[in-house]
Design a protein around this ligand. Structure first.
Ligand code: URA
Length: 330
């Protein structure tokens, strides 16, 4: 059963974009992003007449360039803009969605190969103990647009809760619950599977408030014991192992562009995949071609050695535990 399915508002174009979908930027910023010089040194290069744009010497510091279109040279050398990279990581629990942590806890970027993607940052946040789909990019405009509430990018979570929520509780999640003075609601709530002591819920959110799923479920009396993000807009986690990452496919980049008009499609897309740099992260998937994804992708779990495997529910919703022995217990 699906509670309260309702459409989100349609997206509007991202600000600061040229009509062709690209973005212009200040020349010194372009030089800095391309790794030619710091912004300050870039300004000195410009003032010294060492920078040409489309063959013309430019000495004005405010000059704006279109990185995808304009030909920028420094001392006659062509400057290539930094390639834009967006990748999808299956974040395991126990990692912080941050670039560094003063307390020395593991950060998500430590799961990427050292030095290969030096300027990637996470798009939005997952809690330390939340698992699942996390995007990392160096495309600031894309990150901003995906996180901005005005675009209502849908997030799909699978939450294992303590207890078996009543239809009334599910209805409240869909209608909205008051948490610390904030009204939080889901666009849709669905029971995927139940056991005698737990239920797996699928919750679709149109926004990403702080600990939103956990707070909402707690508020209706069914605290979350495990949380996995399986979808973000048109992207799906599917069977990417925990701790592994992959670059977005061209199809996925195009879907993001459709969702967030003006988002870059110049991001690098290829069959590159990898596993966490940390020993013990999920097994390798190198060399496999990523598949086009659907937002109903499913995470797979690896049971600890010697313990029975506990699975996140399959895509087919089920209201109750399969007959016979339940597959999991509290
Ligand atoms: N909701 C939560 O409660 N936690 C997350 O990490 C994401 C959504």
């Amino acid at each position: 059963m699906v509670f309260g399915e309702r459409p989100g508002p349609s997206p509007r174009p991202a600000p600061g974009r040229l009509p062709d979908g690209t973005r212009d930027e200040r020349l010194q910023k372009f030089l800095a992003r391309a790794g030619v010089a710091s912004r300050r040194h870039g300004e000195a290069l410009i003032l010294a007449g060492r920078v040409r744009v489309n063959g013309e010497v430019v000495r004005v510091l405010g000059t704006r360039v279109r990185p995808a279109l304009d030909r920028v040279q420094v001392d006659g050398e062509l400057v290539r803009p930094e390639r834009l990279v967006t990748l999808l990581l299956h974040k395991p629990a126990g990692y912080i969605t941050s670039l560094s942590d003063p307390q020395g806890r593991p950060v998500v970027t430590s799961l990427l190969p050292a030095g290969e993607f030096p300027r990637l940052f996470p798009v939005g946040r997952l809690d330390w103990d939340t698992e699942g789909l996390l995007l990392l990019t160096n495309d600031g405009a894309l990150a901003h647009a995906l996180s901005h509430p005005r675009f209502h990018v849908r997030r799909l979570y699978h939450a294992k809760v303590k207890g078996r929520p009543t239809p009334e509780a599910l209805g409240r999640l869909a209608r909205g619950v008051l948490c610390d003075g904030e009204r939080l609601s889901a666009l849709a709530v669905e029971v995927l599977r139940t056991t005698p002591h737990n239920a797996w819920l699928a919750l679709t959110l149109g926004e990403g408030r702080y600990r939103q799923v956990r707070r909402m479920c707690e508020a209706v009396g069914y605290p979350v014991v495990r949380l996995v993000r399986v979808g973000l807009g048109p992207l799906a986690l599917r069977d990417l192992p925990r701790g592994a990452w992959r670059l977005l496919t061209p199809g996925e980049l195009c879907s993001l562009q459709a969702l967030v008009p003006g988002a870059s499609v110049s991001s690098v897309a290829s069959a590159r995949q990898g596993t966490g740099a940390r020993p013990g992260a999920a097994g390798g998937v190198r060399g496999r071609t990523p598949r086009e994804s659907s937002p109903r992708g499913q995470p797979r779990e690896r049971a600890p050695a010697g313990k029975p495997r506990e699975s996140a529910p399959s895509g087919k919703p089920r209201e109750s535990a399969p007959s016979g022995k339940p597959r999991e217990s509290a």
